[in-house]
Design a protein around this ligand. Structure first.
Ligand code: ARG
Length: 577
């Protein structure tokens, strides 16, 4: 579609120059003015001529009439000028001779872009907090983050994915105390991360107490935890060993989930990695006179920018979340030389990012505007806030397990002889959750309802994966397609190809808006168009040899584009379901 739009824009530009040779307008500007009409009878593309009224000093209707003749080109079979709009219909011959061959030739490269070539993107995503449960609240950063990575790779960027593990902080003091008090090596070895979470929840509850039930807060335990964390910071051998062990256990657990999703990271340097990199930045802030003392704490005043101050050091001199992020950004710029560093977190952290991005700017780092925060809406569960302490969370591993079990049940019932049952059940079960999550615009708040996530009716992951498998099944039965010229004979065929050729555009808009849902919706568009084609146009039983061969090729093209799009949102390509 991008190629077609360019061709059309050149023609329109030619027409404009005929009317007014001095008109200042570029083909790119015209491309951005082209619209998709709301209904098919209005054509496939529309050019709103009122946008040129000022430049050409004419009424839209006159402009449309004047341009109608000029836009005729290879890819357009019909031009109509209707109330100041030019409505254009894409030529079936062009779809047959250009669009389809291009897809078949480029295969897994179809839709790929080149604008990222030679540029580097660092993506900071997933980043769970060690020994805290990995739950549905982390699904967003994990799947949006990874999808953005795939999208950028598809546009030619060199990508570097960082799992910035929350592997440092007072929670480790608590965990160490809880472990020594209530845990044992055997129990943790056996229970893994669940045991760690249990210990963590238990000590938190004890520290906080339960006012309603007359249980007082346990300040001694809080004090003890702080002391143990301090020992950890000072390099106490025993505590360091425990901490490393807790991190390893957690990571092992996360990796199971990442594996199910097909996600790998280039670096797992978490917060602890930056401990020794903070003093230099704090020093720099001090030298630049940016640090102010506020009730003993060191802050950067941001009132000029209508933001609360950014906290750099606590009263006891210990560092904070923003301090670490600043040090990490400097380290990443110096070591990975990014052109863009993307952080994917819940929208609750918007202020945090706005604050420390501003501090980086005030420190004079010229790359401050290469830092990008990509927030997403909050997840609640059954209408309530997620809370580890009260257990109002769903662990990702449980969610995936339930989805996989459900799919297994369906397979056992419907296709009991399917090969690789377990593999397919995992791909479709996990895919259902991913697709459910990525269908919405990322900023939309999500009230997670298990039944909805596990519902396979309508516009769901299983539906699109099933469509993919349907295309594969047609192809496996088709054998070699005859080498006949391609023909587009029905509306369904034309509609399918017109949908497929919009892929490149969707890739661009998904990157520009940091919005994987553009791809998810596009996948649904293809599934609809393909299923309509499949039901209305006989493929293998088509009588005419050329029609049969063309339809097989269209099926092949659908498989290619769907597959490429699946890759962009961590959806596995299921050949058979
Ligand atoms: N660990 C943090 C959390 O779970 C997310 C980290 C996001 N990345 C960052 N560079 N701050 O809230």
């Amino acid at each position: 579609m991008q190629t077609m739009k360019k061709m059309i824009a050149e023609k329109i530009l030619g027409g404009v120059k005929e009317i007014n040779p001095a008109a200042e307008l570029t083909a790119e500007e015209i491309v951005s003015m082209l619209e998709y009409p709301p209904t098919l009878d209005m054509g496939d593309l529309a050019f709103p001529c009122f946008k040129l009224s000022r430049t050409l000093r004419r009424a839209p209707v006159q402009i449309a009439a004047a341009l109608a003749d000029c836009v005729k080109c290879e890819c357009i079979s019909k031009v109509e000028s209707v109330s100041g709009y030019l409505n254009l219909t894409i030529s079936p011959a062009y779809l047959a001779n250009n669009v389809l061959p291009e897809i078949l030739e480029k295969k897994e490269k179809y839709g790929a872009q080149t604008f990222g070539a030679g540029k580097k993107v660092v993506l900071d995503y997933s980043s769970p907090n060690v020994a805290k449960p990995f739950h549905i609240g982390h699904l967003g950063t994990t799947v949006i983050g990874h999808s953005l990575r795939r999208l950028h790779e598809f546009a030619g960027y060199d990508c570097f994915g960082i799992n910035y593990l929350g592997d440092w902080g007072t929670q480790f003091g608590k965990l160490i105390v809880a472990y020594r008090k209530w845990g044992s090596r055997e129990a943790v070895e056996e229970g893994g991360i669940d045991k760690l979470v249990e210990l963590y929840v238990r000590i938190n509850n004890a520290i906080k107490g339960d006012e309603a039930n007359g249980i007082p807060a346990d300040n001694a335990l809080a004090e003890e935890s702080r002391a143990e964390f301090h020992k950890l910071e000072m390099g106490d051998e025993e505590n360091i060993a425990l901490w490393k062990w807790f991190v390893a256990i957690s990571l092992e657990e996360y990796n199971k989930t990442y594996k199910q999703l097909g996600i790998e990271f280039d670096s797992y340097n978490g917060e602890s990695f930056y401990t020794d990199k903070m003093p230099a930045q704090v020093e720099k802030l001090r030298e630049q006179n940016l640090l102010k003392l506020d009730d003993g704490a060191s802050i950067v005043d941001l009132s000029e920018y209508n933001m609360p101050p950014c906290l750099i050091l606590k009263r006891d001199g210990s560092t904070l979340y923003p301090t670490r992020d600043i040090a990490a950004a400097v380290y990443r710029k110096e070591n990975y030389h990014f052109d863009k560093c993307i952080y994917v977190t819940s929208a609750q952290q918007c202020l945090h990012f706005a604050q420390w991005f501003k501090v980086v700017e005030m420190m004079g780092y010229p790359w401050y505007d290469e830092l990008v925060h990509v927030p997403y809406g909050t997840v609640s569960l059954n209408g309530e806030k997620l809370a580890t302490r009260t257990g109002n969370v769903v662990l990702l591993k449980d969610l995936f397990r339930l989805a996989i079990e459900k799919v297994s049940g369906i397979i056992d019932e419907k296709t009991p002889d399917l090969e690789n049952k377990a593999e397919v059940a995992e791909a479709v079960g996990v895919g259902a959750i991913v697709f459910y999550y990525l269908t919405n615009n990322r900023m939309k708040d999500i009230n997670f309802v298990m039944e909805e996530a596990l519902s396979f009716d309508g516009n769901t992951g299983p539906y699109v994966q099933y469509t993919y498998a349907r295309a594969c099944s047609v192809l496996s039965r088709a054998g070699e397609a005859a080498n006949a010229p391609i023909t587009v004979t029905t509306d369904e065929e034309a509609a399918l190809l017109k949908t497929l050729c919009r892929f490149g555009e969707r890739v661009c808009s998904a990157i520009a808006d940091y919005e994987p849902s553009h791809i998810t919706r596009f996948i649904l568009d293809i599934a609809t168009a393909f299923n309509r084609f499949y039901h209305n146009c006989p493929i293998l039983t088509a009588e005419d040899e050329a029609v049969r061969a063309s339809r097989i090729r269209m099926t092949e093209a659908t498989k290619i584009v769907l597959g490429n799009a699946f890759d962009l949102i961590c959806l596995k390509k299921t050949e058979k379901i």
